[in-house]
Write a protein that binds this ligand. Structure first.
Ligand code: PRX
Length: 643
């Protein structure tokens, strides 16, 4: 039952430019439909940054209008929409219930078992208010922190919106992380309340989240209340709950369905989201209210050309920034319907996503290159079973997409009609920064150009622009509204990691990139010790400390090893304690141990026992040398190597 996508094909211009490089031009139909019909003209418009973003702030209802668009008097601690008063949840939910969207589905939850739940804007409004009131009863006040360890489920969305309604700061712990990562994050955030669930569906199994959470909270002294969502119906009895635990359903029972939104200052903190950096301690990336709202709503609307009849699906987990910005906040701020999927991309079979696209008529679809590469392995058999003709625009995020995967996605999912938005951004940036718009000519593997209102460049260590085609450091030269404002409780690290590396007061993204003759950006990967495993950021030192916390390991150094599907996996070099040998038993035990500490995101490729590790005189491990050796490359400059 293969049907082609309706509409006109994009034109493919195969002129060879620098290397062999294809250009895919948008069809007339796509341009005609788009909010922004002229990409270059919009980029020009965006050059007056303050004017551009002020215009975008008009879309919201403010309790009090701001006095000033941007305050840059205390760089790099920028402020946006100074003295404005606004509430995100009010704009994402309440605002719509007085419009024709009142009974429109806001959240379309579906899981790998095919179970679905549809929640309209009006229903969402009531649920958010009930929980917001219940939070108040628990003593949660503006500025208090609430952490979640929940699967992709409606209650997670309701929780985050309830927090923003009353001004509590949320901090989501990805449900694929494990005890060690959970404890670090919840303690750093000093969370007062935690929400967890009995379990989550994954590849036909139910993963017991409560068990992990139970173990973790023993080491989290600030937590006063643990709210348990009965998600998989695994029948936990009330008698099994401890004194500080309560079921979600019971908590909201009888709560009023109205709740006044807190009038938040534009710069009041909205959420903390932890991400890996070059040292062992995860970084608490802090986002604030109004600028974040303006940034995510604008980029989603423009990049994916969100229209009233769209059905939007971003497969990212709310445990990461992609889910915060583009599963939850962006779509609801635009009043669109957002698909929330819980499960794996290949269970019960690798057609599960395409089945959902067909069943509901998804129009805009956003996923990660690693998922595309994984599904690509099964060929075009599965995409061909389903009618994918509803799709209008596709997108990717999280890591560079190799042209082969881009073209597979384009041909087999988009049927050569849908442009692909390769969006470059980060937890820190909050919103897309480098990405095409649907009216842009595309080159597979390039995120194209900085978005309107964004000024990016590729420079050398002295901050000088590098010549065309040469690799360098990716920097953002002017502030943008959804930028993070600091690292929670660590302003010094905020300065050191992002703002002092490159001279000139620019934001240093930690990525390598090059620009081509058309000014297109080609992102080449991280310039620091952060791995990208299946699009997730994993810090080498976090993995190393997980290894050395095992009694058999004396020292560890890890590097990323390229992997055809995950992009990178971990290769570990281990110095073992006296008399220990890295046999199959120990390998298994260490795998289990690291997984226990960090969760399944830390995908282990290989382990190798070594006698010594390459170090500088000051004792820093030179991972660069290990990488070069592993890849059989020249060791480069070894003058700082001790031995
Ligand atoms: O290296 C870049 C890569 O992902 C990093 C940010 O990771 P994270 O904060 O976890 O956020 C991922 C989702 C926004 C970047 O520093 N990255 C992200 N998108 C792309 C990318 N690399 C190349 N192309 C992209 N489109």
């Amino acid at each position: 039952m293969k049907k082609g996508n309706g509409g006109e094909k994009m034109t493919q211009d195969t002129t060879v430019l620098l290397d062999e490089r294809r250009i895919f031009k948008p069809s007339k139909e796509i341009i005609e439909r788009a909010h922004i019909k002229d990409w270059e003209a919009e980029i020009e418009k965006g050059k007056d940054i303050e004017k551009y973003w002020a215009e975008k702030a008009e879309q919201f209802e403010w309790f009090k209008k701001y006095d000033k668009v941007l305050d840059d008097s205390n760089k790099p601690f920028y402020k946006w929409f100074v003295n404005g008063k606004i509430n995100l949840a009010y704009n994402a939910v309440d605002r719509w219930i007085h419009t024709e969207k009142r009974n429109q589905v806001a959240i379309l939850y579906v899981n790998e078992r095919g179970h679905e739940k549809k929640i309209t804007y009006y229903e969402l409004y009531r649920e958010v208010n009930k929980l917001a009131n219940a939070f108040k009863n628990l003593g949660v006040k503006k500025g208090d922190k609430v952490s979640t360890y929940l699967p992709m489920c409606p209650e997670l969305i309701i929780t985050l919106l309830a927090c923003t309604k009353i001004g509590a700061i949320h901090s989501v712990v990805y449900s694929g992380l494990s005890v060690g990562a959970f404890v670090d994050r919840v303690n750093d955030a000093e969370a007062k309340v935690i929400l967890t669930a009995d379990g989550t569906y994954r590849r036909g199994k139910i993963i017991d989240l409560k068990k992990i959470s139970d173990e973790a909270v023993l080491r989290c002294p600030t937590v006063e209340t643990i709210v348990v969502v009965n998600h998989t119906g695994s029948k936990i009895e009330i008698s099994e709950l401890s004194g500080r635990e309560i079921f979600y359903d019971r908590l909201i029972e009888g709560e009023p369905v109205e709740c006044e939104p807190e009038h938040m200052d534009a710069e009041d903190p909205l959420f903390i989201l932890y991400t890996s950096g070059s040292t062992g301690k995860p970084k608490g990336v802090l986002h604030t209210t109004a600028g974040y709202m303006v940034g995510v709503a604008t980029t989603l609307r423009n990049v994916f050309d969100i229209q009233d009849d769209d059905l939007w699906w971003c497969t990212g987990d709310i445990g990461w920034i992609t889910g915060h910005s583009y599963v939850l906040y962006g779509p609801l701020l635009l009043g669109t319907t957002t698909v929330v999927y819980e499960g794996a991309p290949d269970y019960p079979d690798p057609g599960v996503w395409w089945n959902i696209v067909e069943r509901y008529g998804v129009t805009k679809f956003y996923t990660a290159p690693t998922a595309i590469r994984h599904l690509m392995r099964f060929g075009n058999r599965y995409p061909n079973i389903y009618d994918l003709s509803s799709l209008k625009i596709l997108g990717t995020v999280g890591e560079p997409i190799n042209p082969e995967a881009w073209v597979w996605y384009y041909k087999n999912i988009g049927k050569e009609k849908t442009p692909i938005m390769d969006t470059w951004w980060q937890t820190e940036t909050g919103m897309h920064l480098i990405s095409p718009l649907p009216s842009a000519p595309l080159k597979p593997g390039s995120a194209t150009k900085p978005l309107p209102g964004i000024d990016a460049d590729v420079v050398d260590v002295d901050g000088k622009p590098v010549p065309m085609g040469k690799g360098g450091l990716l920097v953002i030269k002017t502030p943008w509204p959804a930028m993070f404002r600091t690292l929670y409780k660590d302003e010094q690290r905020y300065m050191d990691v992002y703002w002092t590396d490159v001279p000139g007061g620019v934001y240093s993204a930690g990525d390598m990139a090059r620009k081509d003759e058309d000014g297109y950006f080609w992102i080449q990967g991280r310039s620091d010790d952060v791995l990208k495993i299946a699009g997730h950021r994993v810090g080498t030192s976090e993995v190393e400390s997980a290894f050395v916390s095992h009694p058999a390991v004396a020292e560890a150094a890890v590097i990323g090893k390229s992997d055809p599907i995950k992009g990178e996996v971990i290769k570990a070099f281990l110095i073992l304690k006296e008399g220990k040998k890295l046999d199959t038993n120990l390998i298994e035990e260490l795998s289990r141990h690291v997984r226990y500490e960090l969760g399944p995101v830390a995908v282990l490729g290989e382990m190798e026992q070594v006698e010594k590790l390459p170090k500088t005189r000051s004792g820093k491990i030179m991972r660069r040398i290990l990488r070069a050796k592993e890849e059989g490359k020249d060791l480069g400059d070894t003058s700082t190597l001790e031995e």
